[in-house]
Design a protein around this ligand. Structure first.
Ligand code: ADP
Ligand code: MG
Ligand code: MG
Length: 868
C-alpha cells in the first residue's frame, strides 16, 4: 500500500484518502499557486493506526523517503542546527471539522536549531525564540497532553498588560525555559529535542485527535461517520512572525453571509497560524493589506479569483506572508449561510461558471427551509435567560402558558402564546397548534415536541434543561433566579436554541412572502425563484400536500402543490360534531345509527366541497376515517368521575359503558382504519356519499378515495364494492385505492393492487409497524440513547429507513406494478417532506410525494435535485 502522497501527486478528488486539506493543498500545488512543499499521510494509515494501535508496516520508511525529498528540495535538513528546515504537522479529515483536531507548528526546533533559525532570518533572535516557545506550547498541549492553561498563564504573567509582540528576544528565551520546566514537571521528562522524534510523535498525536471527545461530539452532531480517520499533512514552515513585513490571514472569496462579491478577510501582522482566529490581538480588515504590502495584496486577489474560477464556488483560504512573499496554506469550498448559498449559486450561473442544473444541486431543501422561518432582528437588544436545543427553526414571541388548554384559550382571544412544558405528549397537540412556539425542558431533537413542531413548521426549543418547569404552579425558573409566570412574554429562537425574556422583534421571511405570491424583489428571493423554477422543470416527482382544511389546501396551491395526497377526515368529527359521533357509538338500533350518520353526512359534504374548490381541479386523496372511535369520546377518567357524582345523566352512564367496551390495550393495533369501516355498517358509505355529492357540486373535482390500514385484499375488496356502487349511483368518477402502512400489505401488494388503483405509502405507521415500536411511546423513552449509541444515525421517523421500511416499499412498488402497470404511487407519511426521503421516493419510482403545505417548496427543490 502507498501511505504517503507528495503534494504534486494528489488532487482535489482524493478527499477520502488525503482529507480535504491535503487534497486541496495538492490541487493548489498543481495549479502552480505558491504552496510550501510537503506531503500527506493518508487516512488509510490513520485507520490502520487507530485499529491496531501501531502505524502500518512501511509507513515510517515512506515518511522518511518523502522527508528526504523535501529536505533536498528545500536545501536544508529537518532541525539542522545551523540552517533548519521546520515543518508543520496538520490534521485534515475528509469533512472539515473546524478546530476539532490538532496541528503542531515549528517542528524541528531545539536548543541548537533555534540559533540556526535566527541566523536564517538575518539575525532575528526574537522571531526564533518566539517560534520555539510556540512549538513547546503546542507540542506540550497536543502531543504530551499537558493542560494548555499552564502555558497560557505563564505567557500572560510575563506579558502583563503588554502584547505578545512587545516581548523581546531575552524574555522569549526565558519563556522557553519556563515552558520546558512545565513540560518536565508535568511529564517527568524533558521536552524531546530530536526533530524526527518530534515529528513522529506529532503524527501520532494528530491520528489520536480523531478520537478526541470534542471531535466525536462534533461528528455525531454533523452526522459525519466515525470511522473515516484523518489524514496528516507535513508542510514546510513559512513564517508570518518574522516582523511587520510578515503576517498571516484568512479570507473568503465572497461574503459567506450574503454571497456579495468583495474582499472578506482578516489579517494580522507579525503573527503565526492560529493567532488570527484566536483573537490574541485585534486583526485588521484584509483591505488594509493593500496599504501595507500592495504586491502581496494584488497577488492574493489574483489567486482568489483563480480559485473561484477553478472550484467554481466560494472558497475560503488561509495564507501567510513571510517578509513580503505570499504563501497559500489552505483552501476549501467554504461553508455559507442558507441565504448566501442561493445567491452564490445564481451569481455563478450569471458569471457563466455553472449551469442552472448545477445551481439546483448547490442548494439544499434544509437551506430553503431555514429561509422560510421568520427570524429575530439581529440588531435588537435581548435578554437571554437560557439555551436549549434548536429543534425547529424560527423565531417565536408570546406569553408563556403551561397547559394545552390555556394555549388554546388565550390564542382564541387573539393572544400569541408560547407553550412551555416539561415535555409534550399527543394530548398537547391542540395547544401546540395554537401556540406560536413550543419550549420544553426535557427531550431531544426527536422528542414529541421537536418532531411535531418540525412537521407543523412551528418554532421549537426543546430540552432546555436549565429551566425548572412547574406546570402545576404555572411558572418556570431560569438560572440566576429569573422566574417566568403564566402571561409573561418570552421569545424563543428555534434556529439557535436561545430563550429570551420579553419581546424580541421579528422580521418576516421574504421567501415565504414570495411563495405566498409576492413578486421577487431582493436578490435572495430572485435567486430562490430562479432555482425553484428550474427544479420544477427538471423534477419527475409530483408534489402534493397533506391538507385537511380549505385554508391548508389553498396554501398548498400557492406553495406549488399539485394536489392533496392526504386529506384526513377525522378532524371533521371533532368539536360540536362529537355529539353526533357519541350518538353513533351509542346507537343500539339500525335506525338510530343511520340517523346519526345522516346527521354527519351533510357536514362532511360541506367540508369536501370547500376543499375541492380550493384545489381547483387538482386531485384530492381523501382518507376515510382512521383512528379508533374512543378517541372521539370523552376521557374515561373524566366520565367515571362524572358518573360517580349526582349530576350524571343516563347518556353519561351509557357513554362510560361504551368507552369501557371500546377500551384497547394497543389502540394503534386495534379497531381502526378499514377495520372500523367493516365493523360499523354505513360509516364508510356515508363518507363516500359525502365525497361523491361534493364532487358533483364542484366542476372538475378529482376525488381519490383512500382506505387506511388495509392488510389483506379481502378487506379492500368489500369496502371497494360498496364505494363503487355509490359512485356509480351518483355518476361521479373517483379512483379507489389504499394506504400501504401495514407490512402485510406491502408483502402482498401484488394481490392488493387488484383492488386498488393507487397506493399511498403511509410511512409513519409503516415505520412503527416495521420496527415494532409506537412513536408516541418510544421517542422520549430511548431514542436519544439509540442516537448516541449509533444504532440510528437519524430517527427513522425523520428520515425514511431505506434498508427496512424502504425495502418493503420497493417490494410493494414492484409487485403492485406487476399486477397493475398503471398503478399510481405516492407517499403521504411525514417523510414526504424530508430531503433524503424525497430522494428515495424518486429512486424507487414513486409518482409523487405528499407533505405538509409548508414543506412543499422543500420537496419541490429536493425532487429537482434528485432528478439531476
Ligand atoms: P485547522 O485545520 O485547525 O485550521 P491548520 O492545520 O490549518 O489547522 O493549521 C493551524 C494554523 O497554522 C493555520 O492558521 C495554518 O495556516 C497555520 N499553518 C499550518 N501549517 C503552516 C506552515 N507550514 N507554515 C505556516 N503556517 C502554517
Ligand atoms: Mg486551517
Ligand atoms: Mg396510518
Amino acid at each position: 500500500a502507498k501511505y504517503v502522497y507528495d503534494f504534486t501527486e494528489g488532487n482535489r478528488n482524493l478527499k477520502d484518502l488525503l482529507g480535504g486539506k491535503g487534497a486541496n493543498l495538492a490541487e493548489m500545488t498543481n495549479l502552480g499557486l505558491p504552496v510550501p512543499p510537503g506531503f500527506t499521510i493518508t487516512t488509510d494509515a490513520c485507520r490502520h493506526y487507530l485499529a491496531a494501535g501501531v502505524v502500518p508496516d512501511g509507513l515510517d520508511q515512506e515518511v522518511a523517503e518523502h522527508l528526504d525529498a523535501l529536505e533536498k528540495q528545500m536545501g536544508r535538513r529537518l532541525g539542522q542546527a545551523d540552517d533548519p528546515l521546520l515543518v508543520s504537522v496538520r490534521s485534515g479529515a475528509k469533512f472539515s471539522m473546524p478546530g476539532m483536531m490538532e496541528t503542531v507548528l515549528n517542528i524541528g526546533l531545539n536548543d541548537e536549531s533555534v540559533h540556526g533559525l535566527a541566523k536564517q532570518a538575518g539575525g532575528n533572535d526574537r522571531f526564533a525564540w518566539d517560534s520555539y516557545r510556540r512549538l513547546i506550547q503546542m507540542f506540550g498541549k497536543t502531543v504530551l497532553g499537558i493542560d494548555g492553561d499552564l502555558f497560557e498563564h505563564a505567557l500572560d504573567a510575563l506579558k502583563g498588560k503588554r502584547q505578545d509582540t512587545d516581548l523581546d528576544a531575552g524574555e522569549l528565551q526565558g519563556l522557553v525555559e519556563t515552558f520546558k520546566g512545565i513540560v518536565h514537571e508535568q511529564t517527568g521528562k524533558d521536552f524531546p529535542t530530536d526533530p524526527r522524534e518530534q515529528m513522529r510523535l506529532a503524527v501520532m498525536a494528530v491520528f489520536d485527535s480523531w478520537n478526541a471527545p470534542r471531535a466525536i461530539l462534533y461528528r455525531r452532531q454533523e452526522r459525519i461517520p466515525a470511522d473515516l480517520g484523518t489524514a496528516v499533512n507535513i508542510v514546510a514552515m513559512v513564517f508570518g512572525n518574522v516582523g511587520n513585513d510578515s503576517g498571516t490571514g484568512v479570507a473568503f472569496t465572497r461574503d459567506p453571509g450574503t454571497g456579495t462579491q468583495g474582499i472578506y478577510g482578516d489579517y494580522l501582522q507579525n503573527a503565526q497560524g492560529e493567532d488570527v482566529v484566536a483573537g490574541i490581538r485585534n486583526t485588521i480588515p484584509l483591505e488594509e493589506l493593500e496599504r501595507i504590502d500592495k504586491r502581496s495584496y494584488d497577488e492574493l486577489l489574483g489567486i482568489m479569483e483563480t480559485l473561484e474560477n477553478h472550484y467554481r464556488d466560494l472558497c475560503d483560504i488561509e495564507f501567510t506572508i513571510e517578509r513580503g512573499k505570499l504563501w497559500m496554506l489552505q483552501t476549501r469550498v467554504g461553508k455559507r449561510t442558507a441565504a448566501a448559498a442561493f445567491c452564490i449559486a445564481t451569481q455563478l450561473v450569471d458569471q457563466g461558471l455553472i449551469t442552472l442544473d448545477e445551481a439546483v444541486t448547490r442548494v439544499t431543501g434544509d437551506q430553503l427551509a431555514q429561509l422560510m422561518f421568520p427570524r429575530f432582528d439581529g440588531g435588537a437588544d435581548k435578554k437571554k435567560i437560557a439555551k436549549g436545543m434548536n429543534a425547529s427553526p424560527g423565531a417565536a414571541v408570546g406569553k408563556a402558558v403551561f397547559s394545552s388548554e390555556r394555549a388554546v384559550e388565550l390564542s382564541e382571544q387573539g393572544e400569541d402564546v408560547i407553550l412551555v412544558r416539561r415535555e409534550t405528549n399527543p394530548d398537547d397537540l391542540a395547544g401546540m397548534i395554537a401556540a406560536k412556539g413550543i419550549l420544553t425542558s426535557r427531550g431531544g431533537k426527536t422528542s414529541h415536541a421537536a418532531v411535531v413542531a418540525r412537521g407543523m413548521g412551528k418554532t421549537c426549543v426543546c430540552g432546555a434543561e436549565e429551566l425548572e418547569v412547574s406546570t402545576s404552579e404555572g411558572r418556570f425558573t431560569a438560572p440566576g433566579g429569573v422566574v417566568v409566570s403564566e402571561g409573561d412574554v418570552i421569545s424563543i429562537d428555534g434556529t439557535s436554541g436561545e430563550i429570551y425574556l420579553g419581546e424580541v422583534p421579528v422580521v418576516d421571511s421574504a421567501v415565504v412572502e414570495y411563495f405566498e405570491g409576492a413578486e421577487p424583489q431582493d436578490e435572495l428571493v430572485k435567486a430562490v425563484d430562479r432555482i425553484m423554477s428550474h427544479a420544477d422543470s427538471v423534477r419527475r416527482l409530483g408534489v402534493r400536500a397533506n391538507a385537511d382544511t380549505p385554508d391548508d389546501a389553498a396554501r398548498a396551491r400557492r406553495f406549488g402543490g399539485q394536489g392533496i395526497g392526504l386529506c384526513r377526515t377525522e378532524h371533521m368529527f371533532l368539536g360540536e360534531r362529537r355529539q353526533l359521533v357519541e350518538d353513533l357509538v351509542l346507537a343500539s338500533t339500525d335506525e338510530a345509527r343511520q340517523a346519526a350518520l345522516d346527521a354527519l353526512e351533510p357536514l362532511q359534504k360541506a367540508d369536501f366541497t370547500e376543499i375541492f374548490r380550493a384545489m381547483d381541479g387538482n386531485p384530492v386523496t381523501i382518507r376515510l376515517i382512521d383512528p379508533p372511535l374512543h378517541e372521539f369520546l370523552p376521557d374515561i377518567v373524566d366520565l367515571s368521575v362524572k358518573v360517580a357524582t349526582d349530576g350524571a345523566t343516563d347518556k353519561d352512564r351509557r357513554l362510560l359503558a361504551a368507552v369501557k367496551r371500546l377500551h384497547e390495550q394497543n389502540p394503534m393495533l386495534g379497531l381502526r382504519g378499514v377495520r372500523l369501516g367493516l365493523v360499523i355498517p354505513g360509516l364508510f358509505a356515508m363518507q363516500v356519499r359525502a365525497i361523491a355529492q361534493a364532487a358533483k357540486e364542484v366542476p372538475g373535482a378529482r376525488p381519490e378515495i383512500m382506505i387506511p390500514l388495509v392488510a389483506a385484499v379481502q378487506e379492500l375488496e368489500s369496502v371497494r364494492e360498496e364505494a363503487a356502487k355509490i359512485l356509480a349511483e351518483t355518476g361521479v368518477e373517483a379512483l379507489i385505492g389504499t394506504m400501504i402502512e401495514v407490512p402485510r400489505a406491502a408483502l402482498t401488494a401484488a394481490q392488493i393492487a387488484e383492488a386498488a388503483e393507487f397506493f399511498s405509502f403511509g410511512t409513519n405507521d409503516l415505520t412503527q409497524m416495521t420496527w415494532g415500536f409506537s412513536r408516541d411511546d418510544v421517542e422520549s423513552a430511548f431514542f436519544s440513547r439509540y442516537l448516541d449509541q449509533g444504532i440510528f444515525g437519524v430517527s427513522p421517523f425523520e428520515t425514511l429507513d431505506r434498508e427496512g421500511v424502504g425495502r418493503l416499499i420497493r417490494i410493494a412498488v414492484e409487485e403492485g406494478r406487476s399486477t397493475r402497470p398503471d398503478l399510481h404511487l405516492g407517499i403521504c407519511g411525514e417523510h414526504g417532506g424530508d430531503p433524503d426521503s424525497v430522494h428515495f421516493c424518486h429512486d424507487v419510482g414513486l409518482d409523487y410525494v405528499s407533505c405538509s403545505p409548508f414543506r412543499i417548496p422543500v420537496a419541490r427543490l429536493e425532487a429537482g435535485r434528485a432528478a439531476l
